[in-house]
Design a binder for this molecule. Structure first.
Ligand SMILES: Nc1ncnc2c1ncn2[C@@H]1O[C@H](COP(=O)(O)OP(=O)(O)O)[C@@H](O)[C@H]1O
Ligand SMILES: [Mg+2]
Length: 370
């Protein structure tokens, strides 16, 4: 069985990762957990043992990795997930997982008037003994209200949880409505997962983007080459797989969905036409901004008065990206200030120009997503 620390050390030796003691320490913890998971589950205690002692915890203690952006949390979790010898296992973005849970709860309610959570939790537990969540965050009262009961049932069913987050558990759903109802979830996470901080001095994501231009002018082969280089630098995608970067369809609240032509490790690539020439709106752009930490947009043209709809959509899109502190890498036929020289809404567009300038700054690039 391969192990996580050895895999990490091999990447460092190959020059793909810089040696980082804080990361190595987390790799060791993940390694220990991977070994526990690979061991067969202990046999159920006999009647006398059960009478004598409280039931032992049957599932390995999970891990909650928190820290700033770009510290390597997701990278380590992916390494762990690839090496965790347990089936079935599932890695999912926390936000996507919760959208699914709400849909399942809704379906279960239609089927059966009773409390839907036990059945939903059972189905999740049947589909994964290991759940690896990327970017646990709680902003929504609907999530906050069910998390404690859902995860109590998941843990009881023997699920082990590993998660990354930008926040310590104590700071989840901070200042949220009715937060006292959420506190049992924090206690539960702290009881069932070891909380470990990965917050070294280096933001590797920023380092990977540093020096690279974020706004390429004009559209053309040079811009395409630079964007492609930045994309693969950000996502570490193996060279031999470059012709088939996965696509994804993300759910948009309200029942729609949005097709993402390239989607990898929190980075999405779109053409301007796909995002702004179709009738998309704030809900689509916000779903995109929530889901991806970095968005690439190619083929932004200079817009004339006849393109006022495209210009208006672009304003909404940039607002959404800005709100979620998404990083934008773009190829355009002009600098932001010369993109939309005349037409309806040029005044509005000035704010977009100023945001686009700010989004190219080192300070903005250093902000965490979300
Ligand atoms: N030790 C390292 N050396 C070089 N690059 C690294 C190192 N650790 C992480 N990275 C890279 O930095 C980027 C950010 O890492 P990621 O795991 O996404 O961070 P986080 O999830 O903490 O925000 C990724 O491209 C990742 O491969
Ligand atoms: Mg991450």
């Amino acid at each position: 069985m391969a192990d996580v620390r050895a895999a990490y050390d091999a990447l460092v030796a190959a020059g793909e990762l810089r040696p980082d003691a804080a990361q190595a320490a987390v790799a060791d913890k993940l390694d220990a957990l991977a070994k526990e998971l690979a061991a067969p589950p202990p046999p159920r205690a006999g009647l006398f043992a059960r009478l004598r002692a409280a039931p032992p915890l049957l599932t390995p203690h999970g891990l909650y990795i928190c820290g700033g952006v770009g510290r390597g949390k997701s990278m380590l979790m992916d390494l762990f997930f690839a090496h965790a010898d347990v089936t079935p296992k599932r890695r999912v973005h926390f936000h996507e997982f919760m959208l699914e849970i709400h849909a399942d709860i809704h379906a279960e309610r239609q089927r059966n008037g009773e409390d839907p959570i036990p059945a939903v939790a059972r189905a999740v537990a049947d589909s994964a003994r290991l759940l690896a969540f990327d970017e646990m965050q709680v902003k929504d009262i609907a999530d906050a209200a069910i998390l404690s009961r859902l995860f109590t049932a998941l843990f009881a069913a023997g699920v082990t949880v590993v998660t990354t987050s930008n926040r310590h558990p104590d700071d989840l759903y901070k200042d949220g409505l009715n937060r006292q109802l959420f506190l049992p979830f924090i206690a539960l996470i702290k009881a069932r997962c070891t909380v470990t901080t990965l917050d070294g001095p280096t933001d590797y994501r920023l380092q990977r983007l540093a020096g690279a231009a974020t706004w390429h002018v004009p559209n053309g082969p040079a811009a395409t080459a630079a964007m492609s280089d930045a994309f693969f630098r950000l996502t570490d995608y193996p060279v031999e797989d470059r012709a088939r970067v996965p696509t994804e369809t993300i759910a948009v609240p309200g029942g729609r969905s949005l097709f993402v032509p390239k989607s990898l490790k929190g980075v999405a690539v779109f053409s301007f036409a796909r995002l702004c020439r179709q009738p998309l709106g704030a809900a689509d752009y916000l779903a995109l901004a929530r889901r991806y930490h970095t968005v690439f947009i190619v083929g932004i043209p200079i817009l004339g008065p006849e393109n006022r709809n495209e210009a208006a959509r672009f304003v909404t899109l940039v607002d959404a990206l800005y709100e979620y502190k998404c990083k934008l890498i773009a190829a355009a036929d002009a600098e932001p200030a010369a993109l939309y020289p005349a037409g309806d809404g040029v005044f509005e567009f000035e704010r977009t120009v100023s945001r686009l300038m700010e989004m190219q700054s080192a300070d903005y690039m250093a902000l965490g997503h979300g």
